[in-house]
Design a protein around this ligand. Sequence first.
Ligand SMILES: C[S@@+](CC[C@H](N)C(=O)[O-])C[C@H]1O[C@@H](n2cnc3c(N)ncnc32)[C@H](O)[C@@H]1O
Length: 274
Amino acid sequence: MTAGFSVTAGAGAAGYDRVMDALAPPEATDAVLSGVVRPDDVVLDVGCGTGRATRAIAARARAVLALDLSTDMLERFAARGVPGNVELRAGDVTDPAVVEPRSVDLVTCLLGGLQYVQDLGTQARVVRNMRRWLRPGGRVAVEMFERSAYDALLGSHRLPLVLDGVHWWLRMDVSHDGQIYTSVSSVHRDGREDEAAGFTEVFRPTDVDEAFALMAGAGFESVAVQPDLANRGFLWVSAVTPENDRNDRNDRNDNDSHRGGRATPAPHEERNRA
Ligand SMILES: C[S@@+](CC[C@H](N)C(=O)[O-])C[C@H]1O[C@@H](n2cnc3c(N)ncnc32)[C@H](O)[C@@H]1O
């Protein structure tokens, strides 16, 4: 499988951080999280990256375990300062052993982190991992790239971007091969390509039905799929593990491919399985 997320040019993870702070400001992330994170929560933040969302989560939660595959991103996280209630962990979300079973109250995954895992069967395994890591009655809150939003972005775009009062350009090239989309972004000033940042994303966007089936297929209840709370072109997917969850199903299905039956909710309609 192609690496889902890679910093490809510019100032590395620091450049990514700077650009993303301009594109998806921390205040918007904090607004998204305000109704989600509870003061007593122990949270697992999957694909924490440089910690932009993790810091906002940590300010609202008891403790946060911040998981990411990329040591570059985690090093940048550490360089920017790690709040006292945050533990950084390098690891792959597809590996069930990377987090202790039943150890967290909430799993967050912001800005499409789940979809860098491009195979639907492996995504289903990741969602089963999330259920395994959650205590009974635990919650997930996942932002997923919406396919129609990326279909509207296919091709090359040049968008103005102001960084620290200076005008730059964000160049985005979006293409797809079937279900797998590639977005190559670079931030530059005229004639000085890739000076600030460059990153490539290879991911599998989703739609309402697929996102619902993914969560329901892993045994989550009260699955809701809604437009992104900050209107960033994502779907906001939330769900709860059963109160009497024994997680047997997760163990049985660990090596299975995706088995979730497709449900057919009306677009953006909240659905409850319970
Ligand atoms: C868009 S970036 C960071 C998003 C971050 N949550 C934020 O709000 O800025 C997505 C992150 O997912 C991480 N990632 C991709 N695949 C992963 C995997 N299989 N396991 C853990 N992290 C992964 C990447 O290394 C990257 O840091």
